[in-house]
Every structure is written in C-alpha cells, then in structure tokens.
Design a protein around this ligand. Structure first.
Ligand SMILES: CC(C)(COP(=O)(O)OP(=O)(O)OC[C@H]1O[C@@H](n2cnc3c(N)ncnc32)[C@H](O)[C@@H]1OP(=O)(O)O)[C@@H](O)C(=O)NCCC(=O)NCCS
Length: 148
C-alpha cells in the first residue's frame, strides 16, 4: 500500500535513508521541509499487516513537475518490486511531460533500476555531489503513455 508520508513515519524513513545514502543522507529537517513543500508527493510504501505496527518499506519524493528528489527502499525489501511501484506513482501523474532524477555515477544499482523502468541517461552534471558527477536520467511523457 502506498500513502502520503506522515510525521510518525519519520524515524523509519530516516533509517532507510541512512542505509540507502550513507555518503550524504538527508537529515530530519530536510525531510520535514520536503514534506512541507510536497505533502501530496512525498509517499511511503507500507506493509500494513506488520505487527505490532505497520512497517515502512520505502519512500519516494517528487516535485509537481516530475523531478524525483529521492527514492529508497529498505535494503531488506529490495528486488521485490517496491521501487517499481513507487516510481510508477510518479510516472502516472497525468500532467507530467517527463520524469527525471539525478543518480551518482557510481550508483550502478539505481541506474539499472531506472533503465529497467524505461528511463534513459540524458546528461551529466559535473561534481553534483561535491566530488562525484551525477547522471541525469529521464523518461518522457510519450514513452510513459505507451507504458501499461
Ligand atoms: C534503486 C532502488 C530504489 C530500487 O528499489 P527496489 O524495490 O529494489 O527495485 P525493484 O524491485 O522495483 O526493481 C525493479 C527492477 O529494477 C532492476 N533493478 C533494481 N535494483 C537493481 C540492482 N541493484 N541491480 C540491477 N538491477 C536492479 C531489476 O531489473 C528489477 O527487476 P527484477 O528484480 O525483477 O530483476 C533501491 O535499490 C534503493 O533503495 N537503492 C538505494 C537508494 C538509491 O540509490 N536510490 C536511487 C537514487 S535517487
């Protein structure tokens, strides 16, 4: 199940963040600011059957024009299609002309994920992460419409 982020999710999101982006994790103020900016497109995927409380499996944050700010899945739950479902939510927004993200050049897992989802590498931003380039990876509306 995918639903909007709520404040009670913050600890779990921070934990996934630290495991997913050890070089430059967002802190709690960044997440709260992102939630204030994008309350409808900061989404979490949950296991609602998990006891004693629901488990946060992953999250995605994207802007109103299709920029994926972040996507991450709990390492214990990767390769189960959770990232795919989260990204499809962004790709289904009807008014987007394209969906795009920046990915570290060294992040081959994420690049494989986006390419599998029909994205293409369209550019490079030198030193985007300080000492590492970003690859810009995107999918346009036409190819999104053809999907599903
Ligand atoms: C990238 C990420 C979100 C993918 O989430 P996920 O739930 O594991 O992805 P899915 O299970 O939906 O994968 C869908 C397909 O993408 C491809 N894929 C996903 N992760 C991959 C990897 N590490 N290596 C190669 N291919 C991969 C596969 O083809 C996969 O299908 P398959 O498992 O049937 O072969 C997750 O690995 C993650 O959180 N990484 C750390 C954070 C990060 O790098 N985020 C992206 C940068 S913003």
């Amino acid at each position: 199940m995918i639903r909007p982020f709520s404040f009670s999710d913050l600890d779990s999101v921070l934990q996934i963040e630290g495991q997913s982006f050890p070089k430059s994790p967002y802190d709690w103020t960044t997440f709260l600011n992102l939630h204030a900016l994008y309350p409808e497109t900061f989404l979490v995927c949950i296991n609602s059957h998990h006891e004693p409380k629901e488990e946060i499996l992953g999250y995605i944050i994207f802007t109103q024009d299709g920029h994926i700010i972040s996507i991450a899945v709990n390492p214990r739950h990767r390769r189960k299609g959770i990232g795919r479902e989260l990204l499809k939510r962004a790709m289904k927004a009807p008014h987007f002309k394209k969906v795009w993200a920046e990915v570290r050049r060294s992040n081959q897992g994420a690049q494989a994920f986006y390419l599998k989802m029909g994205f293409q590498i369209t550019g490079t931003v030198p030193d985007y992460y300080g000492n590492e380039d970003a690859l810009v990876i995107q999918r346009t509306l036409d190819t999104i419409k053809q999907q599903d």
